[in-house]
Design a protein around this ligand. Sequence first.
Ligand code: ADP
Length: 494
Amino acid sequence: MTSVQDETGVLAGDERMLIDGELQHTSSGATFDVIHPASEEVAGQATDGTVADMERAVGAARRAFDQTDWSRDLDFRYHCLTQLHEAFERNKEHLRRVLITEVGCPVKVTGSQIESPIEEVKHWAEHGRNFEYLADNGVHETPMGPARRKIHYEPVGVVGAITPWNVPFYLNVAETIPALMAGNTVVLKPAQLTPWSGSEYGRIVAEETDIPAGVFNVVVSNANEVGAALSADPRVDMITFTGSTATGRAILAAGAPTVKKTLLELGGKSAHIVLDDADFNMALPMAALMACVMSGQSCILPSRILLPRSRYDEGIEIMKNMMENFPVGDPWDPNNMQGPQISEGQRQKVLGLIQSGIDSGARLVTGGGIPEHLPTGYYVQPTLLADVDPDSQVAQEEIFGPVLSVIPYEGDAEAIAIANNSIYGLSGEVSGGDLDRALEVAKRMRTGNVTINGKSHFGINSPFGGTKQSGLGYRNGEEGYKEYLEAKTIGMPE
Ligand code: ADP
């Protein structure tokens, strides 16, 4: 097996998409550019699928669900997903290079974006094989005498999966593999900036597995209307989506006429409450690192750092030092841990939000611009803003850049109030010396997940979801698998 150290450099992915078992271009032949964000060069092309292509893909998925044994043949699904796991393993370094080419993710931190999702395929295959699809719910008294009840967990049907660009291969897997293992058929619509992580998945399914035609489809497109068509199609039973809250609202509205089941993982503006008894030298370098490693392009990033007034300057100094020495640059160089933003548009959005913070009274401690030694590529300096007004735009909007906003507080109650002052409720973090106190604070944060003292909440065995406008439903854990199943209760004689 070759390692990325042996094979580095931009790699173009497959131009085609997968519809009804066939790798194909859109009928017009139109393509769009895929840009490598570290060099700003065109790395290659992707086919520019249309609404008509999406309609064909949904039709194929519908037929495969209604007319084949896929939804009923658990052993065959296990066989196919085991094959897919092995195929992903064989293609691992290829997928890694495609990922770095599209996203600009530093090679050093690709493990969670390549190795982890490949492992997840195996996890869901095993989980799905052992799941109890017909559960006995006991005997119940009814006016008509005793009745036994059984719960039959059955697939929802055709699942549309719409994914974003920040962790594309991981989210393509996370949104589709449990759905497939549970017996659904799937249409995947990857993001415009990262089409190849989707088209390569389609190619591998078509060339290296027995997954039947129509069971898994990938429609690549540069147009938002193609995702919108998927989310509105009456033949689709469920949409699973990760992306911005604005698009999540549009998807909910599009699914309303047919009351589609909708699983949404949306934006976040997570707060990290650093209590006055915390180990600052443990917690704060890590807080700064987390803001930089994915160029801040992570929905669960704790981007608001809440520091006690009694240790405010000390905390800022630690994060400043970390950010000023952070290795930013070429993602192919294994010494770097922060690459570029994914596009010039994203970089401008990040720089604009930093400026809005300064305009609203925040103090720029470090960063704030483009690194001088990196004139090419969409880089942004690690940036620390202090004295941030908790109601200001920079404290309320998701930035998706290597930017931390520091807010001072007095007492635990004020820290919790500031943390909860957000339309979002995805994640949170607490650092503190007294674990009972930290746990009490964590319980009062209105978020779906909380990390205490750097011990991550995130993992395949634990439910992950957002509260408030950060989402609906769960990925991961038993809860995450059941999202792709309906619970049908059957009453029957004892
Ligand atoms: P971002 O703003 O971070 O680029 P989006 O939430 O706009 O993220 O995009 C995430 C995914 O949603 C992409 O695959 C995109 O093509 C898709 N998308 C965008 N607009 C719509 C829409 N109205 N309906 C369905 N999908 C959409």
